[in-house]
Design a protein around this ligand. Structure first.
Ligand code: NAD
Length: 253
């Protein structure tokens, strides 16, 4: 029997998380899921997802906590588990409700660390400890607010732009190690993180109207595309829109 492929998924908060949809798609396609939770408060909601995905052990992980990351790596090494993918679904911005020009450097720095650079930091530690299989991949989650100034997205737009640039840089560097790096870029979906964005309900409605097919992408749509990006060995350095075509349309007010 072929050995199961392994995915480390960081970013599941609850059933609505985009990372939960990606983990589900990976699990349905035979992947073994290794997952994390942010803190004890989040644990029951994460378990609601992972209990259905055969996850035997959940790891606490907060960006920057080296001991927690080392515990994950030790588990992988002890169990002789090598990763076929690392899914990075982390984002947080303490001053997301402020207009961009009022954001403090401290908050911008923290947001960049948590929402973008953490992908590099985690990847470096995984690579150093040799836990990736040959022909593996890293997938992060971006948003078109990286390219255009979306009302209410404020500081997260520039940080997603950094994230996408990191995808290209890492893809060019890590190919020789057999690791591809990509970002899936979905249109708006209701999640815990999305509920922190001012006017998100209006954004979803506006996007539905702009979308040539009159709808936004579902979690299932995003999971399916993410799976393709993770497993198709020709996709590398890509930022792929899963937005039902909304991004190619301009509507005058
Ligand atoms: N919801 C959308 O409309 C949408 C659209 C495009 C892109 N995205 C992106 O998708 C990704 C996942 O977000 P989501 O919408 O599924 O929301 P979510 O709230 O379900 O997921 C965000 C995750 O980030 C984790 N996180 C936050 N701070 C952390 C920290 N310090 N350390 C470790 N983990 C931390 C949370 O625990 C949570 O699991 C994010 O990068 C988000 O920007 C979301």
């Amino acid at each position: 029997m072929a050995k199961k492929k392994n995915a480390l998924v960081i970013g599941i908060a609850n059933k609505s998380s985009i990372s939960a949809a990606i983990a589900k798609e990976l699990y349905n396609n035979g992947f073994n899921i290794i997952a994390t939770y942010l803190n004890e408060k989040a644990l029951p909601y994460v378990k609601e997802v992972t209990d259905n995905l055969g996850v035997e052990k959940l790891f606490p992980y907060q960006v920057g906590n080296k001991d927690q990351l080392n515990d994950i790596i030790k588990y992988l090494n002890d169990k002789d588990i090598r990763l076929d993918t690392f899914v990075h679904g982390i984002a947080f911005a303490s001053e997301i409700k402020k207009p961009l020009y009022e954001v403090s450097w401290e908050s911008f720095k923290e947001t960049t660390l948590i929402s973008a650079f953490s992908m590099v930091d985690i990847a470096r530690n995984l690579i150093k400890n040799d836990v990736f299989n040959p022909d593996s991949s890293i997938l992060t989650i971006s948003y078109r607010g990286s390219q255009v100034a979306v009302e209410g997205y404020n500081m997260m737009g520039p940080v997603k732009n950094i994230l996408e640039s990191l995808v290209r840089g890492l893809a060019s560097e890590l190919g020789e190690k057999g690791i591809r790096v990509n970002a899936v870029s979905p249109g708006p979906v209701w999640t815990r993180a999305a509920s922190g964005i001012s006017g998100f309900d209006k954004l979803i409605e506006a996007v539905k109207k702009t979308s040539p097919i009159g709808r936004t992408a579902t979690l299932e749509d995003i999971g399916a595309i993410a799976y393709e990006m993770i497993t198709n060995s020709s996709i590398n350095g890509a930022v792929y829109l899963v937005d039902c075509g909304e991004g190619v349309v301009f509507t005058a007010k």
